[in-house]
Write a protein of this length. Structure first.
Lengths: 352, 275, 262
């Protein structure tokens, strides 16, 4: 039985400070959605609202047919995995896993059997009688995962579950989480500040800022076609060049930067281009060459990236990062041009 | 050579003070109880053959136990609430617990003398509502001693337990809640077991403190509610029966050390952090 | 830890805290009552019981003795306790593990037993002056504060700082005084305050160690109460509570009151 989670027009406050502003989010049955953002963006608040540790000022939270909005936290039936694992230090690994079953009134033998089976699935059978203090970080997180899964919750939630693990273990664990989540088809909400983690594990990712969802989409779309400057910058479009259209000739649009440099862009590549827009490009989306058509720049510091050279480029309208080929070594102070690589760039609506 | 001895030189004076002015004098008090002319166990036989002294011992155990139980319960409730309070209220509550703790035993016991006396507030209040027709004597009863002792030890219990309860991570409580534990189940299955070692330590402090107290039973119990502390003083300074006094002292030491050792061992075994 | 609070719990806790503080206000009321016996609520208002304290010379002399004993006893305990705490932390491997337990003994052994034994063996046995025995007894009583509270500070002290000072040419004693001591000052202040207040309030040790002309204030209060039941004691208690207020103000100013919950 898989169900959907719907947050409808949620507003939340801490005291008088607003932390969530009219947030709506729908997670389809069986889907894993991540909330991604820096600290203070409201992602953890959203999770705590769904868990029932906070109450929204307004709006509703719906899990399948059930209205969770004012339901007591212990009646919500949600599997929660914490950043610090939150294992019960006074209970053995097996009793930790069986805790939720005990609350559901399961008998001792059935509890043990289910807990053992779950521990088997996360590969911790031989640790069942240990105390949490005697486990490594990765093992603790597996126990936390087993404890959340064993109650067979309709919704799983993860609060930065991997941030206390080292890099290697993080990759292993996220594959593990994805595997177990897929196997059960459990609807999941995953909170993280790590972009790679969110993109690798999720069906869809919501990028959050200042209590609002900036964009909710598949990782591929977010990565290649951000909808606004915030998301673009977040996913690595380091160059945001404000431009104004001066002429339109069929599919070809002529636009100028604030410094007066002219670019010709094709609507057959970028789609419809508004009169004022932002050209967003990662460093490898701006090709540096000695001469040609493009934005004239003065080169600054050069760094070697292995596959290319990266240059700091100065223009009267601002500084950009562009990549140049390994075949042509350009020195600081040299005049050069930046040419957008259409497939590596995208057009965003102007912020103003 | 100096380098090798320096730890001993530094720790020496303090160790010497404990050795000469604690270990030797207290040791000689204990030994004195076994070197009686009438046989090595004679002082203990005398103690336990005296109905009066036996009663004092039982009364002391009883009062200390009741005091401990009440202090633990009240201290736990207060500490539990303190731990959940916002910072501002919390510090006011801490001050309210620390202030009596830093005020001396004599002053605090004396307060109950005023409270429970013939002209005390309790009598005045009971008289004015017509509950009683003339002042009743509440002093020099077991209840008076217990009330004052609980008053003495609750602040200690609150401070000990508030620290323990604050140390329980918030997310462990939330984890239990998310797994379906009711508030009572959270208390029973998570908070209480995690607080147990601290609770035992606090209870030991209260019990041994009550068991060896002097000023409170002296002021509020008087001759009628004599306890081990007051009995020791009476034997030593009124009847000058030093062997008898030493026997009381020895029983106090044995009970105290036994309780401390057994209960710390229990607390350590219950410590969840141990592997 | 956060959990939802049942109103009954909050109400019970509020009552507990009121009962903790109320008796101390009752003393204040009783101290200004214009009656010859202790009563609350006060009848009339007078300050004569406060002036009465100063007319009874025993209160004055015992108060001075108490302050002397508390000050010098605490000083002595710190003087020998800090080096011991330092040795226990710095040379943990070179000292036997039981040594730290030795400094727990003054807490473990009932105070009244210690007082009685000191009287028997030291005042009478060694024929030491009463004041000296009293001072040693109090130093012993508060020694655990010096060793354990300062020790807790030292446990979190990074001794490589001291080694750095020595490697830069600072002699060991000077390194201790100029590098170690300033970094454990919070522990030393806390130990001093706790020790001082414990010594001032002590009854059970002093009980046996008072002699002709020498007594401490708490013992004098007890003695006075056996004969008189007038508000003088209440006014003395008020003064002692003012001392507590002063101590708490010092704690708040130097360490912050939250220090006491640790």
């Amino acid at each position: 039985m898989t169900v959907s989670l719907t947050l409808d027009h949620i507003t939340a406050h801490y005291g008088s400070t607003q932390v969530l502003e009219d947030l709506s989010l729908a997670i389809k049955a069986g889907e894993l959605v991540s909330l991604l953002g820096s600290s203070g963006c409201g992602k953890t608040t959203t999770l705590r609202l769904v868990a029932g540790f906070l109450e929204p000022t307004s709006g509703t939270i719906q899990l399948g047919e059930r209205d969770l909005t004012r339901l007591a936290a212990h009646k919500r039936d949600i599997g929660l995995v914490f950043q610090n694992y939150a294992l019960f230090p006074h209970l053995s690994v097996r009793d930790n896993v069986a805790f939720g079953l005990k609350q559901r009134g399961l008998g001792g033998t059935e509890r043990t059997a289910k807990a053992n089976a779950m521990l088997e699935r996360v590969g911790l059978s031989s640790f069942a009688d240990r105390m949490p203090a005697a486990l490594s970080g990765g093992q603790k997180q597996r126990v936390a995962l087993a404890r959340a899964l064993v109650i067979e919750p309709p919704l799983l939630m993860f609060d930065e579950p991997l941030s206390n693990l080292d890099a290697k273990l993080r990759v292993d664990m996220r594959v593990e989480i994805r595997r177990l989540q897929r196997a059960n088809g459990t609807t999941s909400l995953y909170v993280t500040h790590d972009q790679e983690e969110a993109f690798s594990i999720s069906d869809r990712v919501a990028i959050m800022n200042a209590g609002r969802i900036m964009q909710l989409d598949r990782p591929e779309v977010l990565y290649q076609r951000p909808a606004n400057s915030f998301v673009a910058r977040f996913v690595g479009f380091e160059n945001l060049i404000g431009m104004t259209v001066t002429a339109r000739d069929g599919e070809t649009v002529t636009a100028v930067t604030q410094a007066g440099a002219t670019l010709k862009l094709s609507q057959s590549v970028f789609g419809a281009i508004p009169d004022r827009f932002v050209l967003a490009a990662r460093p490898d989306g701006l090709a540096v060459s000695r001469e040609g058509e493009g934005i004239p720049v003065t080169l600054g510091i050069r760094t070697y990236l292995g596959r290319a050279y990266q240059y700091q480029c100065t223009t009267p309208a601002g500084d950009y990062l562009g990549n140049g080929p390994l075949t042509e070594l350009l020195d600081p102070g040299t005049a050069a041009v930046l040419t957008p690589v259409p497939e590596q760039c995208c057009i965003l609506p102007s912020d103003a | 050579m100096i380098k090798r001895l320096s730890p001993w030189i530094l720790a020496g004076p303090a160790s010497l003070l404990v050795l000469v002015f604690l270990i030797l004098p207290v040791g000689s008090t204990l030994i004195a109880t076994f070197t009686d002319a009438k046989g090595w166990a004679a002082p203990y036989a005398a103690f336990f053959n005296s109905g009066f002294r036996r009663t004092v011992l039982y009364r002391t155990i009883e009062i200390s136990l009741i005091t401990t139980i009440i202090s633990v319960v009240l201290g736990f409730i207060a500490a539990y609430v303190v731990a959940q309070m916002p910072a501002r209220l919390k510090s006011i509550m801490i001050i309210a617990a620390v202030f009596p703790l830093l005020t001396g035993v004599v002053v605090r016991s004396f307060a109950w003398l005023i409270l429970l006396g013939k002209n005390g507030i309790l009598n005045t209040a009971l008289l004015s509502v017509g509950f009683i027709s003339e002042p009743i004597s509440m002093l020099y009863t077991e209840g008076a001693v217990i009330a004052a002792m609980v008053y003495l030890f609750v602040p200690l219990m609150i401070l000990t337990l508030a620290g323990v309860l604050e140390g329980i991570p918030k997310d462990v409580v939330e984890a239990a809640t998310s797994l379906g534990a009711t508030p009572f189940a959270v208390f029973r299955q998570v908070i209480l077991p995690l607080a147990m070692p601290g609770l035992i330590v606090g209870a030991v402090l209260v019990f041994t403190g009550s068991f060896t107290s002097y000023a409170t039973p002296q002021l509020l119990g008087g001759e009628r509610q004599m306890m081990m502390g007051t009995l020791l003083y009476q034997r030593a300074m009124v009847t000058f029966d030093w062997t008898g006094a030493s026997t009381v002292a020895a029983i106090m030491v044995v009970v105290t050390i036994l309780i401390v050792v057994l209960m710390t061992r229990l607390a350590r075994r219950l410590n969840p952090m141990a592997g | 830890m956060r959990n939802t609070l049942h109103p009954a719990l909050t109400i019970t806790a509020s009552i507990i805290f009121i009962i903790l503080i109320a008796p101390l206000f009752i003393i204040l009321g009783a101290a200004v009552s214009d009656t010859n016996y202790l009563t609350f609520p006060p009848q009339g208002f007078t300050m004569r019981w406060f002036s009465n304290i100063f007319e009874i010379s025993a209160f004055r002399t015992t108060a001075i003795t108490s302050l002397q004993i508390a000050f010098f006893g605490t000083f002595l305990a710190l003087l020998i306790g800090i080096p011991a705490a330092y040795a226990l932390n710095r040379f943990r491997i070179r000292l036997p593990s039981w040594l730290s337990n030795v400094f727990v003994l003054p807490i473990l052994v009932p105070e009244i037993v210690l007082g009685f034994s000191l009287m028997k063996s030291v005042t009478i046995g060694l024929n030491l002056p009463v004041f000296t025995t009293l001072l040693l007894g109090h130093a012993l009583l508060v020694l655990p504060y010096a060793v354990r509270v300062v020790g807790a500070s030292l446990a979190s002290f990074d001794f490589s700082i001291e080694e750095a000072a020595i490697s830069l040419g600072c002699p060991p004693l000077k390194a201790f005084l100029t590098v170690v001591l300033p970094n454990i000052s919070a522990g030393v202040i806390a130990a001093f305050i706790l020790a001082f207040i414990t010594s001032i309030n002590d009854v059970s040790i002093s009980l046996f160690l008072t002699g002709p002309g020498i007594s401490t204030l708490p013992i004098q209060i007890l003695a006075h109460m056996e004969q008189f039941f007038d508000p003088t004691i209440a006014s003395v208690s008020v003064l002692l509570m003012l001392l507590t207020v002063g101590v708490m103000a010092i704690v708040e100013a130097t360490l912050g009151l939250t220090f006491l919950t640790k």
